[in-house]
Design a protein around this ligand. Structure first.
Ligand code: GLA
Length: 414
């Protein structure tokens, strides 16, 4: 079989993905996460999966949108595929009262009732704040109210906090140490640790997600101050250039990720903007290879069957959620072709080949070097986007369409 021809045909037959998505299940969700035993309370043993409001709704998100998202996670089968966090991003915050207690704004009339609703669906609720006086969208931040806010989140039943640096830069770092970058970074680290300790003091297991755009090699110090995930980049956008440049920035970071602490190349844009089916596939495949949090950011009530098939591909999700927690590394690049590999539990291997270019044709297919991956052919595997069995041989020709990916799982490498 010529691998590339089977692959190209399959690209035209996205319907076949439905069959693929019947395979191994993603982790089961407890109905009552707060009541699990202490041993089971380690959060983010595998990368968190769910949905976040920002990439589609930005500042427009309301209580009703969050309820709709929760309903849709269940109705679409995404919950069963592992998407359990429903995360409210910026713009839910109102004013503080005379006691410093933060209230929600009119878009979120009753956060406790919303949390109860989300939990009633067997899902978990995420929320957003930051260490500065204001969030990025200029709503109230947690500066000087960290313990109070953490207790408030816990009282509502919040299960996940995204903590975004934003105004802390000017209001604290620049203000207190204008000419000393190292001192600024120490202030930043202390601020993240302050919220870490405040969250721990609540006794509630809460995923703690850092959003400070990868500053000061956060992967080196984040876990020591409680990070379950840390953004490694600036904000993602729903276009190929953004996704591919973020992907390239991840090379070399694999050694910092593992169970309980993950590199976060930002939330998914699958289904957003003008991303093509190939670009959506590559984006999703590579975030899974990177053991990234899989936080969908699309319009769930209006999701197309093609986007749903991508987001619920169980074989690809199984790569992301692999218990070993070993992130992919970039094995080699040749022109606009990149080859990434990931070690999986049980001695399995995932291989991803991306064509980032737009002008390579069947006259000159890419030849995959198994030797450069430390492998020897022939290797039987599964093409995770067609469901077909494939055999990889050394130097085999691969014709991969522009911005598309070949993602293969090899059961046990030699
Ligand atoms: C920053 C973050 C985004 C989002 C917005 C909200 O830009 O990086 O992910 O949370 O703030 O204002």
């Amino acid at each position: 079989m010529r691998l590339y021809s089977a692959f190209s045909v399959a690209l035209l037959a996205l319907g076949s993905l439905a069959a693929v998505s019947q395979n191994p299940a993603a982790p089961k969700v407890s109905q009552k996460p707060a009541q699990k035993s202490a041993a089971a309370q380690m959060v983010a043993a595998t990368p968190p999966m769910g949905w976040n409001s920002w990439n589609f709704f930005a500042g427009r998100v309301t209580d009703q949108d969050i309820r709709n998202a929760a309903d849709q996670l269940v109705a679409t089968g995404m919950k069963d595929a592992g998407y359990v966090y429903v995360n409210i991003d910026d713009t839910w915050e109102g004013d503080r009262d005379a006691n410093g207690v933060l209230h929600t704004n009119s878009k979120f009339p009753d956060m406790k009732a919303l949390a109860d609703y989300v939990h009633s669906k067997g899902l978990r609720l995420g929320i957003y704040s930051g260490p500065g006086p204001q969030t990025c969208a200029h709503f109230a931040g947690s500066l000087d109210h960290e313990a109070q806010d953490a207790q408030l989140y816990a009282s509502w039943g919040v299960d996940y906090l995204k903590y975004d640096l934003c105004s802390f830069r000017q209001a604290v770092m620049t203000a207190q140490a204008p000419d000393d970058k190292a001192a600024q970074m120490r202030l930043m680290i202390a601020a993240y640790d302050k919220m870490n300790k405040s969250l721990k003091a609540t006794g509630r297991p809460i995923v703690y997600s850092f959003c400070q755009y990868g500053w000061d090699a956060v992967w080196e110090w984040g876990p020591s101050v409680g990070a379950n995930a840390w953004r490694t980049t600036g904000d993602i956008q729903a276009n190929w250039q953004s996704i591919y440049s973020i992907l390239n920035e991840q090379a070399g970071l694999a050694k910092y990720a593992g169970p309980g602490h993950w590199n976060d190349p930002d939330m998914l844009e699958v289904g957003n903007g003008k991303l093509t089916p190939a670009e959506n596939r590559t984006h999703f495949s590579m975030w899974a290879m990177l053991a990234a949090p899989l936080l969908a950011g699309n319009d769930l009530p209006n999701m197309t069957p093609e986007v749903k098939a991508i987001l619920t591909n169980r074989d690809v999700i199984a790569i992301d959620q692999d218990r070993l927690g070993s992130e992919a590394t970039r094995a080699y690049s040749e022109g606009e072709l990149d080859v990434w590999t990931r070690h999986l539990s049980g001695g399995a291997t995932a291989i991803a080949v991306i064509n980032a270019g737009s002008d390579r044709y069947s006259t000159h297919p890419f030849h995959l070097s198994l030797g450069k991956l430390g492998l020897h052919g022939p290797l039987k595997g599964k093409n995770l986007w067609t469901g077909e069995e494939v055999t990889l041989t050394d130097n085999m020709p691969l014709e991969i369409p522009s911005h598309d990916i070949l993602l293969v799982r090899i059961a046990a490498s030699k």
